[in-house]
Design a protein around this ligand. Structure first.
Ligand code: CP3
Length: 347
């Protein structure tokens, strides 16, 4: 049986439009908070395949989405390259020794050696493969990575940033070092995603959450070209595994989008009609409800109907235009999923 979500990614006609939500396994679910408490903290949860698999599946049963996304984090990659990752409560991710020089970069583990250390991720995927195959509802499993640029922002700044000034100082005053960092991360990500595919994921998503920090004329050079390098590598080895690219906030780059991938993730700041006009013939589009609409069922319904009107149930996957926030009522998330199914004709 083919999976409706995979079919939709490949642009095939499906009986209804599938839906999932970025960050769907997380703090808005009391069931997630209970498992995280058992694990002790967020990173312990990522490192525990049994518990990570459990929280991955929660949104399928509680919210009714059509695909599960592997529970992990993009920052486990630099962690296993040798940067010491911490998640600080109320603050977020932190690397205590951010990259400042070629010498710092040379100390990091690269390539397949780094990717081979992420065994807990592959074990989580293997468990999920077994559990999903044993179900009768044929839901897909999405694996993911951060784009090299988004990962590099954390590796260089050491934490989240509003201005990206340290990365951008490097971009304009020492571009060679930034390219060396991006190239090293790209090599690890290629092996990492290949191993995720071999462990059993159905679809790949590449999150470039901080794409919009780069000015449009520099975006290809410092981010998109590396994402395409990863996509081309995976497509050559596994042509049937769909790839979703999610570069957040770059509509000014839409005329220049290229590459061998299947689905383009549209963020909430971009009108779906613009994305359809520019990219809809070439790629399936995913998105793009503004996540804060989830605070109101009425606002959710309005937006879902509008997106459906624009996309017409063709070459489209419903999603939010970025991640769901922790204080969204679960019943509103369920309402979103139900409405996507209703307007697209799920019986
Ligand atoms: O449900 C899913 O989408 C799968 C799990 C997932 C997580 N992080 C779990 C998580 C995924 C796909 C990610 C990706 C991720 N991680 C991104 C790209 C996606 C995006 O939202 O743009 C980024 C930028 C990160 C880095 C990261 N991880 C930050 C900045 C933070 C702290 C901010 C926050 O939201 O708390 C995290 C922590 C994190 N990753 C949590 C979860 C569920 C919260 C941890 C907790 O307290 O339980």
């Amino acid at each position: 049986m083919s999976k409706i979500f995979v079919d939709a990614c490949l642009g095939k006609e499906t009986p209804y439009t599938p839906v999932w939500m970025m960050r769907q396994a997380g703090r808005y679910l009391p069931e997630y908070m209970a498992v995280r408490a058992e694990a002790g903290n967020f990173l312990n949860l990522c490192h525990n395949p049994k518990k990570a698999a459990e929280v991955t599946l929660q949104p399928l049963d509680i919210v009714g989405v059509d695909a599960a996304i592997l529970f992990s984090d993009i920052l486990v990659i630099p962690d296993e390259m040798g940067m010491d990752l911490e998640f600080i409560k109320g603050f977020g991710p932190k690397f205590n020794d951010p990259l400042k020089s070629q010498t710092d970069l040379d100390k990091l583990i690269g390539g397949e050696e780094a990717a081979s250390k992420l065994t807990y991720v592959y074990e989580t995927i293997e468990l999920l493969r077994e559990q999903l195959d044993a179900r009768s509802d044929d839901k897909a499993l999405i694996g993911f990575t951060g784009a090299p640029w988004t990962l590099a922002t954390y590796m260089i700044e050491g934490q989240g940033t509003k201005t990206y000034n340290i990365c951008k100082k490097m971009m304009y005053s020492n571009p060679e070092l930034l390219h060396n960092i991006l190239a090293k991360v790209t090599e690890v990500v290629k092996f990492y995603m290949e191993k995720q595919i071999e462990a059993g994921i159905d679809v790949v998503q590449i999150f470039d959450s901080w794409a919009s920090a780069i000015e449009p004329s520099m975006y290809d050079e410092f981010s998109w070209s590396y994402m395409v390098e990863i996509a081309n590598y995976l497509k050559e080895k596994h042509p049937n595994v769909p790839i979703i690219m999610f570069p957040k906030g770059i509509p000014a780059f839409y005329d220049k989008v290229y590459g061998n991938f299947d689905v383009f993730g549209v963020d909430w700041g971009t009108p779906m009609s613009l994305a359809k006009e520019k990219l809809g013939d070439k790629y399936v589009l995913q998105g793009n409800m503004e996540p804060c609409r989830l605070y109101s069922k009425e606002a959710t319904t309005k937006c879902v109907e509008k997106i459906q009107e624009t996309m017409g149930g063709k070459r489209h996957i419903f999603n939010l235009g970025h991640g769901i926030l922790p204080d969204v009522p679960v019943e509103n998330a369920i309402h979103f999923v139900d409405e996507c199914h209703r307007v697209s004709g799920k019986k």
